[in-house]
Design a protein around this ligand. Structure first.
Ligand code: MAN
Length: 551
């Protein structure tokens, strides 16, 4: 109490300020001066206690809310107010009072310390006012620009609206045109189908005949070989008869071994004609053909040769190169054309697989194109269809392509409608002032990355040393504080971070006279913060709010 009384000297806890003649205890803001009345007891702001006024600023904390010690460091939660005449007033935690560090530019926080504080409020105030003036100018120009952007945004909305009306009409037309073309296509296709029916039947019959002929030829070929191999002409093939044929010496050891023969015979010792035709010949044939250079790569029209290829693969298991061509054993089926095609033994001995793949893509395409043409009767030499049928086919083809075009056209219109509707649903600000930003992109380069922001769309990051873009996020929503949600934008659902969250970017908007990214940082891993300068956020009222701040 003695301590208290020694400090309760009027002059110690009252001060004059340069801006006001109103007396108030040290560390009290002008707005709260009326709560400290020297000839009345003081009640803590929280109402918890009433104390004699002499206890105010007596360097002893009585009130839990610190309100009795605005000018001393006695209360841990107190606040000290510096008037900072000439600059801006400031509230600091009262623990900083007399701590030897100058916090207030008017030196008022260090009234009983050895800190040599110098009052520089006038200088700071001047600089701050100049800065504020600059900002005010920017805000003024920016807000005029904002008004223009808003007009543009509204105009864009209007244009979109009009375009949408037009597109809805186009859609109706496109739908009915599609229906019309579909009906025409169906009708033309029905006629085409009918006309083609007879050709289909004819084709089927020709195919059947061809297959029968081929089957016969195969049997004839098999029979000739059977006959040739059946050395003793007993109507059966014995293993020993096959073993005299060097063609079957697959490993070129000079002997046709038991194993090499078993390939054709399985567990049997001999084969009659029927067995030979059913199992022996299909296994033997590819080997004989290959050794005679008769093997040809399969084509669409020669399924047999594709069978042959498979058979050879199975038989030789990729060792066809090792198979010798025995000139004496040359197959009778070899024809002169093939002989001319051969470049000699080397060529004939080629691995059929290699031969197969030596065809380059173009050659195969040309071949199949030629076949297709022939198949569809388009070959100039031999028109496949009679004139009437060809006319119906042509008409159906045209009807199909007109239908497809109508369908494509409708889909294009639908797509544009969808895009427009999505765009019109976006929140471009109270006055559509952000609308002109949609469709634009802005870049910012720091020491490591190039960042890109396409407002209302997405944000990306790309390493300066190359590589692909990393998606930082897609436009989600405005994310500013309640009083002005347009102060920041959220882009999220970006690429996932390794062992971390999906990337996201918060874009803080700052008033300025041009659109640009001022900075990009990554305060938390894979969470990015962009500072984006734009006139669209400029508002005069903000500046006025500053001007009314209490001194
Ligand atoms: C990349 C960049 C960085 C990010 C790491 C996370 O290097 O996208 O910004 O922090 O990945 O692994």
């Amino acid at each position: 109490m003695i301590f208290r009384l020694s400090l309760s000297v009027f002059a110690l806890f009252f001060q004059y300020t340069g801006t006001s003649e109103i007396l108030r205890p040290r560390g009290v803001a002008l707005s709260k001066a009326s709560l400290y009345v020297p000839d009345k007891d003081f009640t803590c702001f929280d109402g918890s206690l009433t104390i004699p006024f002499a206890y105010v600023n007596d360097d002893y904390c009585d009130c839990e809310d610190g309100s009795d010690e605005p000018g001393t460091p006695a209360c841990p939660n107190g606040t000290f107010h510096c008037t900072n005449a000439g600059h801006k007033p400031q509230n600091i935690p009262s623990s900083r009072v007399n701590d030897g560090i100058c916090d207030c530019c008017d030196t008022s926080d260090e009234y009983e310390s050895h800190a040599n504080c110098v009052n520089n409020c006038n200088d700071l105030g001047k600089a701050a006012r100049m800065e504020a003036q600059k900002l005010a100018e920017v805000a003024k120009i920016g807000s005029e620009m904002r008004a223009a952007l808003s007009r543009k945004g509204k105009q864009l909305r209007q244009e979109k609206q009009e375009r949408l009306v037009q597109l809805e009409k186009d859609k109706e037309e496109a739908e009915s045109l599609k229906k019309e073309k579909e009906a025409l296509k169906l009708a033309a296709e029905e006629l085409e189908n009918k006309a083609l029916e007879k050709y289909r039947q004819q084709e089927e019959e020709e195919k059947k005949v061809k297959q029968e002929e081929e089957q016969k030829a195969r049997e004839q070929e098999a029979f000739e070989h059977f006959h040739r191999l059946d050395a003793n002409q007993d109507g059966k093939l014995q293993k020993s008869e096959i073993q005299t044929q060097q063609t079957f010496d697959q490993n070129k050891d000079g002997v046709v071994s038991d194993d090499e023969v078993t390939l054709f015979f399985d567990t049997q010792q001999e084969m009659d004609w029927d067995e030979f035709l059913a199992t022996g010949w299909p296994r033997m044939r590819p080997l004989l053909l290959m050794n005679s250079g008769m093997f040809k790569p399969p084509t669409a029209e020669s399924p047999d040769s594709s069978d042959t290829h498979e058979e050879i693969e199975t038989l030789s298991q990729g060792s066809a190169e090792e198979l010798p061509l025995d000139a004496n054993e040359e197959d009778e089926t070899r024809n002169t054309d093939d002989e001319e095609d051969d470049d000699g033994d080397d060529e004939a001995n080629k691995n059929p697989e290699h031969e197969l793949y030596e065809h380059d893509g173009d050659a195969i395409d040309e071949d199949s194109a030629a076949l297709d043409e022939e198949h569809e009767g388009k070959s100039e030499d031999s028109p496949k269809y009679d004139e009437d049928t060809q006319r119906l086919v042509d008409e159906a083809t045209r009807a199909r392509s007109e239908f497809e075009e109508a369908d494509r056209n409708l889909r294009d219109v639908q797509r544009e409608i969808k895009q427009l509707q999505e765009s019109m649903e976006k929140d471009y600000g109270e006055e559509d002032e952000f609308a002109p930003l949609d469709g634009e992109c802005f870049e910012f380069t720091d020491s490591e990355y190039v960042y890109k922001l396409c407002p209302f769309d997405h944000a990306t990051q790309r390493s300066k040393s190359g590589g692909s873009e990393t998606r930082l996020g897609q436009w989600n929503q405005w994310s500013g504080p309640e009083e002005n949600k347009y102060k920041s934008m959220l882009y999220d659902r970006g690429q996932s971070c390794w062992n971390g969250p999906q990337r996201s970017a918060l874009v803080k908007l700052i008033c300025g006279t041009e659109n640009s990214i001022r900075s990009v940082s990554e305060p938390n891993r894979c969470e990015y913060v962009f500072e984006f300068v734009t006139p669209s956020i400029c508002q005069l009222s903000e500046h006025h709010a500053h001007a009314h701040e209490e001194l």
